[in-house]
Design a protein around this ligand. Structure first.
Ligand code: FES
Length: 154
């Protein structure tokens, strides 16, 4: 039994301790907002926040996060009450197919928590490792800069 704290709730799972966190989130906890892209730590689609750090959940054994605070895209906001970052992505139409969007939003969230008023160059560098094959990066940058300029936008 592995005890997790996910989106503020205590959860218990019986997965093999070496199971990637991504699989546990999606298959055991039904949190399917976090996406499987490459499975190799290279695309960022599976990014979640663990104790304030953006991490790639496809490469992280679930036992490594036991007792730590895990936040997924579902923990940020809801359709009724989107987080300012989520609202900014909608306003800037920063998702095309949307598959990579949760990983980008979570990467941006962890970055803005550390760097609340980034320059565009800082933000571009921070998002360099999250890939979008639709080519929405310019709109993503606009959305995150918009969120950063809003009160409470982190
Ligand atoms: Fe984890 Fe691509 S699915 S980095």
């Amino acid at each position: 039994m592995i005890r997790l704290m996910v989106n503020g709730s205590a959860r218990e799972v019986t997965a093999d301790p070496e199971t990637p966190l991504l699989y546990v989130l999606r298959n055991d906890l039904a949190l399917t907002g976090t996406k499987f892209g490459c499975g190799l730590g290279q695309c960022g689609s599976c990014t979640v926040i663990v104790d304030g750090q953006a991490v790639r959940s496809c490469m992280l054994p679930v036992q490594a996060v036991a007792g730590q605070a895990v936040t997924t895209i579902e923990g940020l906001g809801s359709p009724e009450r989107p987080h300012p970052l989520q609202a900014a992505f909608i306003e800037e139409r920063a998702a095309q197919c949307g598959y990579c969007t949760p990983g980008i939003v979570m990467t941006a969230k962890a970055f803005l928590d550390r760097t609340p008023r980034p320059t565009e160059a800082q933000l571009t560098a921070a998002l360099e490792g999250v890939l979008c094959r639709c080519g929405t990066h310019e709109r993503v940058i606009r959305a995150v800069m918009r969120a950063a300029s809003m009160p409470g936008g982190r």
